[in-house]
Design a protein around this ligand. Structure first.
Ligand code: CTP
Length: 472
């Protein structure tokens, strides 16, 4: 990757924000230390301007508040008990936390907070060396006691203290390791990974909400594969998302079906690639549906006479299992509903290429997908992972065809629903006509008004029709 000189240059260049110097000077003049820390330092070195500005200081929460109040449009003591104060300063949101010397209680889920007195003690309590670097302000001195810069250049994730200590402090860090593997493309160092394996059970003390958020961040990264593999290989997924490792079905002796687990990860990757085609971006619902679309397979797997393997109704079974798992992970109802609908419908198309659907089957597909149609398009296309080029092409063309028919039907139906206020029978009654060309002309006259003016109401339509008739 880059060298040290380039990395430090990046750090200075991507932290040019005048707010840093302003805050540094403010804290210094009050006799306190202040440093930019963690994610923003890491991201600046990586060449990205960090979305959040996190600082750490030896000032206590009350002192932080006192300093920030006069220059902020709003302040929140989001984690005041933990020493974190957030503030809105101009367009920017900052979070400033008192040096920590805390650890999480190993039995309960609650952090036990103790404030620290110096930056070094704060840094050693952080999750990974690449997140344990700081930039002192206003001096802009780079502080890196745990060789985070070296690890960042070698794209290595390791803990500043012994991994067992760091993961005991907060077991969610094991999932953060997987997330950073995906988000930053870093490799989890072997000793750190071994600690994930040996301490995996500890993840169960973490609240489902925090697990959910971490899993979501992993899935929303540009490359979920390494993170998902780290969760499965460490045994953590077996605790928080057991349906995923369960997809590693033994291959039957005839290799009649592919490895569903590998297939699933490929489907997640392909779904991400399809997002832009459907105007979607970082779409958690689609990615969750891709991840869970085949979880009904292990329970429905049957060996058929002749040696073939079948998974009848794995769509319906999978949708139910997904609902249960997502509820347990405390996802919101809209997400759960959308994901299970997509899973339930993910096989429907595969009957299309064998026998042409009637218009009503196409309409039913659209109706059943409701507001999930675009995601269903993306998921169904992503589900094709065959290495057989001809088969893949045939399915892609069949799906193009289906989308085209949906488009034509939708256009027609919009046109079909455009009707004048009076139909043929009403026209005949009002004008006292028998069926014939005059009725058609009257209908056409009303239709022109409908197209030009939109709906005018029945009474107005009758009035206009009568005066048109009389003027003839
Ligand atoms: N941190 C930690 N242990 C945790 C969570 C956070 O040590 N379980 C520290 C890390 O130094 C991290 C910083 O707190 O860099 C800020 O946390 P957070 O905002 O969650 O992490 P970021 O690295 O900034 O990444 P993101 O904002 O994407 O979550």
């Amino acid at each position: 990757m880059q060298d040290v000189a380039k990395a430090l240059e990046n750090l200075q260049r991507n932290t040019q924000n005048p707010l840093l110097d302003r805050l540094g000077a403010l804290f210094e003049s009050a006799g306190f230390e202040l440093a930019l820390v963690g994610g923003p330092v890491r991201d600046a070195i990586l060449g990205r301007v960090a979305p959040d500005l996190d600082f750490t200081t030896n000032a206590g929460p009350d002192e932080i508040l006192k300093l920030l109040k006069p220059i902020s449009s709003a302040t929140w003591d989001i984690g005041r008990a933990f020493g974190t104060i957030a503030a809105q300063i101009g367009d920017e949101k900052v979070e400033i936390t008192t040096y920590r010397a805390d650890s999480y209680d190993s039995e309960t889920r609650k952090p036990t907070v103790e404030f620290g007195t110096n930056l070094e003690d704060d840094l050693i309590r952080r999750d990974f060396t690449v997140n344990a670097m700081a930039l002192r302000l206003p001096s802009r001195t780079f502080v890196d006691p745990h060789s985070g810069l070296r690890d960042l250049l070698f794209t290595t994730l390791k803990t500043p203290s012994k991994p067992e200590v760091s993961f005991s402090d907060d077991p969610l860090r094991m999932m953060r390791a997987a997330r950073f593997a995906s988000q930053l493309g870093f490799v989890i160092e072997p000793e750190t990974f071994e600690a994930m394996v040996s301490m995996r059970e500890r993840i169960s003390i973490i609240s489902m909400e925090r697990v959910r958020d971490e899993l979501s961040k992993l899935l929303l990264s540009s490359n979920p594969r390494p993170g998902l593999e780290a969760l499965v290989d460490s045994g953590i997924a077996a605790i928080v998302l057991p349906e995923l490792p369960a997809l590693r079905l033994e291959l039957d002796e005839h290799h009649h079906h592919k490895d569903v687990y590998q297939h699933t990860i490929t489907v997640v990757e392909q779904a991400i690639d399809y997002e832009k085609d459907y105007g979607l971006a970082n779409d958690l619902v689609l990615r969750l549906a891709a991840l869970l679309h085949d979880i009904g397979k292990p329970a429905t797997r049957r060996l058929e006479p002749g040696g073939a393997v079948s998974f009848h109704h794995h769509d319906v079974v999978g949708a139910k299992l997904a609902k249960k798992r997502l509820q347990e992970l405390r996802f919101d109802n809209d997400t759960i509903k959308a994901v299970s609908k997509l899973i339930e419908l993910h096989l429907r198309f595969f009957g299309y290429s064998d026998q042409q659907w009637s218009d009503s089957a196409v309409r039913r597909y659209v109706r059943d997908a409701e507001d999930q149609l675009l995601r269903l398009h993306a998921l169904t296309r992503a589900d094709v992972t065959t290495r057989n080029r001809r088969k893949a092409d045939r399915l892609a063309h069949a799906y193009d065809d289906l989308e085209q028919r949906i488009k034509v039907l939708q256009e027609q139906e919009e046109l079909d629903s455009l009707r004048p206020e009076l139909d043929g029978a009403a026209i005949m009654e009002l004008l006292n006509l028998k069926p014939g060309p005059e009725v058609g002309k009257a209908y056409k006259y009303l239709m022109e008004i409908r197209l030009d003016e939109g709906e005018i109401g029945r009474a107005e339509a009758e009035k206009r029709l009568l005066s048109w008739w009389q003027s003839r």
